[in-house]
Design a protein around this ligand. Structure first.
Ligand SMILES: [Zn+2]
Length: 106
C-alpha cells in the first residue's frame, strides 16, 4: 500500500489523459480545433499544474480525486492492491474500516 496525492494521481496526468480521450482510433482529434487548443492550454501549465488552473480550462470533473469506497473528493488516498487491481481509499473510510475491525474482533 502507498499514498497517492491528487497532484500525482490526477493533476500531473490531465494533459495526457485529455489527449488520449479526445483522439479517435486513427489518432485524430474528435472535437477538432477546440480540443487541440485545450490540450495546448493544458500543456502550457507545465509538469505540476494546480487544481485551480486545470478547473479553469476543463472543469473540476477532470481534477476530482475520488475515494473508491465513498466516492468523495480527497487530496490524498491510500492505494491498496489486490493483484493487478488497485483500490484507492480516503482517510475517513480507512478510519471507519479500522473502527469496524476493532469492534468486530474484540
Ligand atoms: Zn472514502
Amino acid at each position: 500500500m502507498h499514498i497517492v496525492s491528487r497532484q500525482e494521481g490526477v493533476l500531473n496526468k490531465v494533459a495526457r489523459t485529455f489527449k488520449r480521450q479526445q483522439h479517435d482510433k486513427h489518432g485524430k482529434w474528435v472535437n477538432g480545433y477546440d480540443s487541440v487548443e485545450t490540450h495546448v492550454d493544458l500543456l502550457d501549465l507545465g509538469a505540476t499544474p494546480t487544481k485551480v488552473q486545470i478547473d479553469d480550462i476543463v472543469g473540476h470533473s477532470w481534477t476530482d480525486f475520488l475515494c473508491d469506497e465513498c466516492h468523495k473528493d480527497a487530496e490524498y488516498l491510500v492505494a491498496l492492491r489486490d493483484g493487478k487491481k488497485v483500490i484507492k481509499v480516503c482517510r475517513n473510510c480507512l478510519n471507519s474500516a479500522l473502527k469496524l475491525l476493532n469492534k468486530e474482533t474484540k
